[in-house]
Structures are given as structure tokens and as C-alpha cells.
Design a protein around this ligand. Structure first.
Ligand code: HEC
Length: 144
């Protein structure tokens, strides 16, 4: 992993409790891929973690493969607590191939970010491809 990736990933610890309302996914109406989208840090990190640990089975952009489901279709019908439960415990439906992530420190601390990314994909708001990180919102006036 490059130093930049490590730096970006370690920033996620601080992003862990970002409220839903602070999420940002802005894609231009006529865009055809996510390169033109601007997303908040959680969503961006979710993309990166997904690309590194999940895409080998679920394919880039979560679109699914011959042996792992399309998560863009599946995430829409589950809530965050169900997602976290499945990640923690592993998922054994018809195939035993989905790993248990609860003891993998490189994945288990990023459930929030993975959820941000996958729910943005499932809602249709985030296009396929690597999104760009939005500039952090300008700080408001300092409170006295
Ligand atoms: C080694 C291949 C593999 C990897 C890596 C993998 N998955 Fe899976 N995943 C599967 C398979 C296969 C299933 C379907 C299992 C079944 O139907 O029994 C699945 C199922 C799921 C489901 C449940 C879908 C549903 O319909 O309920 C979720 C959510 C999920 N994976 C998320 C992830 C995330 C997030 C990652 C990365 C941290 C990941 N998976 C990495 C193979 C994988």
C-alpha cells in the first residue's frame, strides 16, 4: 500500500462517526462516470476500502460477478445494522464464499465508510468509477 493510501486510510478513524447529514455525493446530471462526482471523506474511503478488499469478488463498483451478488441491487433492501451484522459474522446463504470480516482490522473499522459508499451506489446517486474527494466545507465563523 502506498504511503498516501495509508495516510488517507488512517484519516478514517476520525471520520468514523460522521452523521448521515454530513455525507455528500454530488454528481453532474449528465455525468457518465464517478470521476466527475464530488463526495465526502467517508464515501470516498468506502470506495477505496471496497476496491481493495471486496471488488475481487463483488467486482469494481459493486456490480457483482458470476459468484458474488451485485451489491448495488442488494444493499437497497437492507439497513445499516443488517449490513454490519453480515460483515461481522460473515454471510452464508447459498454459497460459503463470503468471508467473516469482524476480525480483520483493515476492514472492520471501515463498516461506516463501506456503508456510505454502498448506499450511495444503491441509491443511484453515485455513478460507477472512482469518485473525487470534495473540498472540505469551509469552516463557519469561529464561535466566541
Ligand atoms: C471471497 C469473495 C468475497 C469477498 C472478498 C467479499 N465477498 Fe461479500 N459475498 C460473497 C458471496 C459469494 C456472497 C453471497 C453469499 C451467499 O449467497 O451465500 C456475498 C455476500 C455479501 C453480502 C450480502 C448480500 C445479500 O444479499 O444479503 C454483503 C453485504 C457483502 N457480501 C459485502 C461485502 C463487502 C462489503 C466486502 C468487502 C469488505 C465483501 N463482501 C467481500 C463473496 C465475497
Amino acid at each position: 500500500m502506498s504511503a498516501l493510501a495509508l495516510l488517507v486510510l488512517s484519516a478514517a478513524a476520525a471520520a468514523q462517526s460522521v452523521p448521515e447529514s454530513a455525507r455528500r455525493v454530488d454528481c453532474p446530471p449528465a455525468g457518465s462516470d464517478a470521476a466527475a462526482c464530488r463526495v465526502d471523506l467517508s464515501t470516498y474511503l468506502g470506495y477505496r476500502v471496497f476496491a481493495q478488499f471486496c471488488s475481487r469478488c463483488h467486482a469494481l463498483d459493486a456490480l457483482g460477478s458470476s459468484f458474488a451478488p451485485n451489491l448495488v441491487e442488494r444493499i437497497g433492501s437492507m439497513d445499516k445494522s443488517r449490513f454490519v451484522f453480515l460483515m461481522e459474522r460473515g454471510y452464508a446463504g447459498s454459497s460459503p464464499a463470503m468471508p467473516v470480516w469482524g476480525e480483520d482490522p483493515y476492514v472492520s473499522r471501515y463498516y461506516e465508510e463501506l456503508w456510505a459508499y454502498l448506499s450511495a451506489r444503491a441509491s443511484g446517486k453515485l455513478l460507477a468509477g472512482e469518485p473525487a474527494l470534495a473540498e472540505p466545507a469551509a469552516a463557519g465563523p469561529a464561535s466566541p
